[in-house]
Design a protein around this ligand. Structure first.
Ligand code: GAL
Length: 681
């Protein structure tokens, strides 16, 4: 890995667009003064600045960027320098229409917007190569340069002829023969056998959408092609500035903050030096509690930490509201510090914002920013940001510290795509990612660290591995799950597991043998319930309501722990455990609510002794997360609108304020402490 720890401080600052303000020199001067006041130290520059950098083809203008970079260096700040490929100048689209994307309906898009270039276009590749090389040559040794920010939020897909050819070539490399491709895609279904590679077209609503093997391969191709474009973008940067790390900003999906759906970030993570991502929770919304949302924020940040098993960066967040939620609420007092500390608590080494200064025009002029249109440092949001800046300076010792989790939950992109595509079960009730969030919650409530990993990552370091709804499961994954359990691990699986292979073909001949022996049972049927229907899972004399899915299975070596409460399968097993080697494999046959998950995981938490002994009495509104280095630092965060308290085993000191805390810690609404124990150095 390339080094990124060029500064031993937590990064604070964000997307800075001086290219929008080149005609306002007094504003650029104000920026510098205000950066200091906000305790901001790092700025992402040039993200959408291509037309300022190359206003006409071949006419490169770097003077403005030189000045800004020099000024930031002079003030002791750093720059995360972007390649500008996320938006392009109009002259380019006009002269070279091939750079424009073609959508899935095969319509050529017009110039406009952003994040909409064709990843295959030879011209776009050439143009990005030229400008990226010039940026690297000019700034590789600049004292402000901390990191490369490659493009912005890579996403989307193109269906032009170049992309079709690349897709066909990708398929040829994968399947070699059409016979193998037709086998994988179940060709004879509806007479869809392919007889010439040129017959293959990417999925389209005006063409093919029903061949699930094709859909899955297309999603994989889009990931590989995006990574290929990223690799193309960094090739000269790597050569010219080998010690400067590269990143690109990842995303999450929807208000629910579920893992990003369109790219396999598990694969992408291997190509970046450090993961960075953009996090925009809808705090203070009217459909969930603050703790409910905080737990989802925890989940997704844990995923970004786990993908590379190292600290990550929050590349964008907002100091107040955004502009693209249905309702763009501003943060209540206290929430900005609390939510910023939560990022650090889960393993981020930064809180960077979109955006440093609100633009005057166009769609983002009302998006939250450090500096509002009033340009006033007495603005409440500005003061909140400065408070975070101070806090980050005071807790800078956590930079680079790790989090050690003994529990992992598997999120698998291939599985996610295949499951969402499956036309069966409940079309709208699969909710894979949301189900994982529910399995995560008991651990968040009990202040236990969790990693969110892919099915390809190492399982051996965990005591407890939770793999719900692994509908698509490779032979190799099944063997690795067996190995994990045989060696003493505890594995938890659920309904809708082990149904198709890696090309989305159903396993035939019953539940896969590897799973049958691992779980000591065989799944025979899955009953899908209408939304208003339910059944019960009877466990330890309690009756838990179950919804959506009930799998019917016969146990062989497994012990039945729970049974169904009603319907034609009343009394049949609904929950089981199988001893396998030195470990245990649990199978939860039905979709339960959080009451069951709380009870079930509480007993596993006890068996595995997972709780932190320093927390004598926790509180489900107060999330406690720790980061570990030479010392352990605890983040205690009150995600509620009421005062809360927790008890800990010894006295501690809050690193933000220097305040000494006794063993009973009172937290005001939204209050946060970042503490180290008193007896630690
Ligand atoms: C991000 C994007 C930024 C800005 C921000 C607004 O997705 O990278 O450029 O648009 O959203 O929340």
């Amino acid at each position: 890995m390339r080094k990124y720890d060029l500064e031993s401080r937590l990064l604070h600052g964000g997307d800075y667009n001086p290219d929008q303000w080149l005609d306002y020199p007094e504003i650029l001067q104000d920026d510098l003064k205000l950066m200091d006041k906000a305790k901001a130290n790092t700025f992402s520059l040039g993200i959408f600045a291509w037309s300022a950098l190359e206003p006409e083809e071949g006419d490169f203008q770097f003077d403005w960027l030189d000045r800004i970079m020099d000024n930031i260096a002079e003030m002791g700040g750093n720059v995360i320098l972007a390649t500008p490929s996320a938006a392009r100048p109009a002259w380019m689209s006009k002269k070279y229409p091939e750079v424009l994307r073609t959508n899935e309906r095969r319509e050529k898009m017009l110039h406009g917007g952003r994040h909409n270039h064709c990843f295959s276009s030879p011209v776009y590749r050439e143009k990005t190569k030229i400008i990226n090389r010039k940026l690297a040559e000019r700034y590789k040794d600049h004292p402000a340069l901390l990191m490369w920010h490659i493009s912005n939020e890579y996403s989307g897909e193109c269906h032009c002829d170049y992309c079709q050819n690349n897709f066909r070539q990708w398929l040829k490399n994968k399947y070699v023969t059409l016979k193998q491709l037709n086998e994988a895609w179940w060709g004879p279904f509806w007479s869809h056998t392919i007889t010439d590679w040129d017959e293959i077209e990417s999925p389209s609503p005006i063409g093919e959408m029903q061949v699930h093997g094709l859909n899955l391969d297309w999603r994989r191709f889009v990931t590989d092609q995006t990574i290929d474009f990223f690799e193309h973008e960094i090739s000269d940067i790597r050569k010219l500035s080998p010690d400067v790390p590269v990143t690109t900003n990842f995303m999450a999906d929807t208000y629910d903050l579920i893992p990003f759906q369109s790219l396999d970030y598990g694969k992408f993570a291997k190509h970046v030096d450090i993961i960075s991502w953009d996090c925009y929770p809808a705090w203070h919304n009217d459909w969930e509690t603050t703790a409910d949302l905080a737990s989802k924020v925890g989940f997704i940040n844990d995923q970004y930490r786990s993908l590379k098993q190292q600290p990550f960066l929050i590349m964008e967040s907002t100091p107040s509201g955004v502009n693209w939620h249905d309702v763009n609420r501003t943060k209540r007092p206290g929430m900005h510090l609390l939510s910023s500390m939560q990022f650090i608590a889960h393993g981020s080494d930064s809180n960077l914002y979109f955006q440093w200064r609100k633009s005057r025009g166009s769609s983002e002029k009302f998006h939250g920013a450090v500096i509002d249109h009033d340009n006033d440092e007495n603005n409440r949001v500005f003061k909140d940001v400065a408070t975070v800046g101070h806090a980050l300076e005071n807790i800078k010792s956590v930079k680079g510290m790790h989090k050690c989790a003994k529990v992992a939950i598997i999120f698998d992109w291939d599985n996610n795509w295949a499951l969402n595509d499956a036309q069966g079960f409940g079309l709208h009730s699969k909710l894979y990612a949301q189900t994982l969030q529910k399995h995560y919650r008991p651990f968040w409530d009990n202040d236990i660290a969790v990693d969110i990993i892919t099915s390809e990552q190492d399982f051996s370091k965990y005591d407890l591995l939770i793999a719900p709804m692994l509908y698509l499961v490779r032979k190799e994954t099944m063997e690795r799950l067996q190995q994990f359990t045989k060696n003493g691990g505890t594995l938890v699986s659920t309904y809708l597991t082990g149904i198709v292979n890696e090309t989305d073909l159903a396993y035939i001949g019953g539940w896969p043998q590897e799973l049958a022996s691992l779980f000591g049972l065989s799944v025979k049927e899955t009953d899908t319930l209408y939304p208003a229907q339910n059944n019960f899972l009877i466990y330890e004399d309690q009756k838990f309501v179950v919804n959506d899915y009930c799998s019917l299975f016969d146990v062989s070596t497994a012990k039945t722990l729970g049974t169904y409460g009603t319907d034609f399968y009343q009394g049949k097993p609904s929950l089981s455990v199988n001893q396998y080697g030195k470990g245990n494999a649990y199978y939860i046959g039905a979709r339960t609510n959080s009451d069951f998950l709380d009870t079930f995981y509480r007993s596993l938490i006890q068996t595995h002794d997972l709780t932190n002994k320093w927390i004598v009495k926790g509180n489900k509104y107060v999330s406690v997360q720790s980061r570990e280095g030479k010392q352990e630092v605890y983040f205690m965060m009150n995600f509620s609108e009421a005062p809360q308290s927790i008890q800990v085993a010894g006295r501690s000191i809050d690193l933000i304020t220097g305040k000494k805390l006794s063993t009973t810690i009172q937290l005001e609404p939204y209050e946060v402490f970042v503490v180290k124990r008193e007896n630690q150095q």
